[in-house]
Design a protein. Structure first.
Length: 89
């Protein structure tokens, strides 16, 4: 499990991105790059990272399921993800 401070930081960043999304779009449309630099750094959506919904882990993230590889394997092995089967050949 990730530290709760990392998860809270991620929530704060996503709230900041949502807050400034319309203003960023307007400034980009007007090509006002000076105005864009005046916004907070966390207003940029590229500062967000993908995190596992269960554990908060950011490495080994599978975007289709929004889980890390470890959590995905545990849930798939338990049969808790519909349509996912262990492959064998």
């Amino acid at each position: 499990m990730a530290k709760t401070c990392w998860l809270e930081r991620q929530k704060r960043k996503s709230a900041t991105v949502a807050k400034f999304a319309a203003l960023r779009a307007q400034l980009k449309k007007e090509k006002d790059y000076i105005g864009l630099t005046m916004l907070p750094r966390d207003a940029s959506p590229t500062r967000l990272t993908n995190r596992c919904q269960l554990t908060g882990r950011r490495r080994g993230f599978i975007s289709r399921f929004k889980l890390s590889r470890i959590a995905f394997r545990e849930l798939a092995s338990g049969g808790l993800i519909p349509g996912v089967t262990k492959s064998s050949w």
